[in-house]
Ligand binder design. Structure first.
Ligand SMILES: CSCCC(=O)C(=O)COP(=O)(O)O
Ligand SMILES: [Zn+2]
Length: 197
């Protein structure tokens, strides 16, 4: 995770302490970045364990969980095969979210890179959902939880939050990284092609 975060930071997707990363430890727990850490210079001390359901117990005045922990919890609870969840503040996802918020999704059709999301179909059409960026993060988590309750919607391994950034997950850290990079490519492609629906 430290290496992946540094790579995303160097791409400009985790600037100003933004973003958070987690990896599953066992069926009921995951390891997540502490809040407010420099994602370009993470160390092993910048992580803490958190239950999928409940509050992390090992917090201290200087080690609090990510402010967006509830979103990681919602994803792990709804997607049992998720082994890692990465959240980045990548700018093209924010541009697309504003452009496409009126239909609640960015639609990608035909791009070869859709295969990078694990979707191998002829003429694929993918709907990347957009959620409102409520100030109250558990409200965002509740919206994502409702969305992921529908199994068909879990085909796309990520969700976008309006004018904020996106979450991508995968069976392990390698797959989550691949999905982060694939979404980054697709959002930029959509924006530069002027592909708003
Ligand atoms: C300056 S980023 C604002 C909070 C945010 O959206 C984020 O991704 C980082 O929050 P964390 O508590 O995980 O550092
Ligand atoms: Zn964020």
């Amino acid at each position: 995770m430290i290496r992946d975060a540094r790579g995303f930071y160097e791409q400009g997707w985790l600037l100003g302490t933004s973003g958070n990363l987690s990896i599953k430890l066992d069926d009921d727990h995951f390891l997540i970045t502490a809040s407010g850490r420099d994602k370009g210079r993470l160390t092993p001390e910048d992580f803490l364990a958190c239950p999928v359901d409940g509050e992390p117990s090992e917090t201290t005045p200087t080690l609090g969980p990510s402010a967006e922990t509830s979103i990681h919890q919602a994803i792990y609870a709804r997607v049992p095969e998720a082994g890692a969840v990465y959240h980045v503040h990548e700018p093209y996802s924010a541009f697309c979210s504003e452009r496409d918020s009126y239909i609640g999704a960015t639609i990608m059709a035909g791009a070869e890179m859709i295969k990078g999301l694990g979707i191998w179909e002829e003429n694929p059409r993918v709907r990347i959902p957009i959620f409102e960026n409520h100030f109250d993060v558990p409200q965002i988590a509740a919206d994502i939880d409702r969305h992921l309750a529908d199994e068909a919607k879990r085909r796309v391994p990520g969700v976008n939050i309006r004018s904020h950034g996106y979450y991508a997950w995968g069976e392990d850290a390698f797959a989550a990284k691949r999905h982060v990079e694939t979404f980054a490519y697709l959002f930029r492609y959509s924006w530069e092609m002027g592909n708003g629906a």
